[in-house]
Write a protein that binds this ligand. Sequence first.
Ligand code: ARG
Length: 404
Amino acid sequence: MVAYSKNSKEQKCNKVVLAYSGGVDTSVAIRWLLENKTEKVIALAIDLGQGEELKPIQKKALIIGASKSLVIDAKKEFINEYIWPALAANAIYGDYPLATALARPLIAKLLVQVAKKEGADAIAHGCTGKGNDQVRFDVSVMTLAPHLKIIAPAREWKMTREKSIEYAKKHNIPVPVTKKSPFSVDLNLWGRSVECGILEDMWKEPPENAYELTKSPKLAASKPAYITIGFKNGIPVTLNAKRLDGLKLIQRLNQIAGNNGIGRIDQIENRVVGIKSREVYESPAAIVLLKAHKDLESLVHTRETVLFKQILDQKYSQLIYDGRWFNPLRKAIDEFNNYIQRRVTGIIRLKLFKGNVTIVGRKSPYSLYKEKLATYGKGDLFDQSAAEGFIKLFGLDLKSISSI
Ligand code: ARG
């Protein structure tokens, strides 16, 4: 058994707050922390809309040996303080809407909050030493509470999955009896991240059982579904003309878009820690909302704003991906976006069909579209003669570098 700490003479902590999911690794972590690192473990499970009953998980932590087991419902905060600002920034990394990445700073913030309240001197999380999530947790905790020690058992213990299960059995830690998923999965309202197993062969198409939120486009409805999304100040507030709160809207849209096979992503990713990896995601609602929001912005902002904002959007997405959320720069971009979103009100009409989402209509009281200027038909008010003089000056500098 390799489950011992690197430095056994290290001084033990008094109390550790552990980000606890109820899975094998964080369950084993409770026991391992008590053996190697601390006198007391407080398990903290957070509901981010993963659609799982957290009560049994909460009980299980106590059985394993946690001195306290807490559950926090953070769905509303996740939507209002993380998802909507990310949507305002059209946040995407490659084709990935950043569901896992966005959740990490919120979990870190809640860990710190509980640690302060409970007088703990450390926090712990279940990340390995190979991914982005450890970076996101550690950097967030370092920023919010530099005095707290950070322990990542899985980064230290070097146990394989089989070894953790063996350790669990030895210590009577209940391991879920359900068929072990061949993948490593992270799930919240904004999407599902799937890794490991067969997916590590990047030449192989992901098998159908890698997906849970989306129907295979092949089996999706044979007729397109038309939907409308109404935005107010950059936030989606209606679905098919019905007012819904953020939670219902995202849940409903996950169903509708998922049924139409929308939101499957398969990409080669560039991790912060230098590893290239193959990642599979499902983000039905996020993909639809991001597309709709971006289109509405294009309609209501001036060309210069649209182009300038793309640069900020890209920076914002990277800040999320890299786990640098609690950063004054992110807050400054939020301020810019809040100002800009005041025009982002209107309705977008979309067609969902066998894995594709297309925008088929848009309207807004702030629309800058003037049909009389755009038209090639009658009623054209655009003064084409003005274009000639404009172009003469616009291209003048380039003309002057020509050698002919
Ligand atoms: N690669 C993604 C990211 O860095 C997802 C990580 C998800 N974690 C997991 N255990 N599947 O955000």
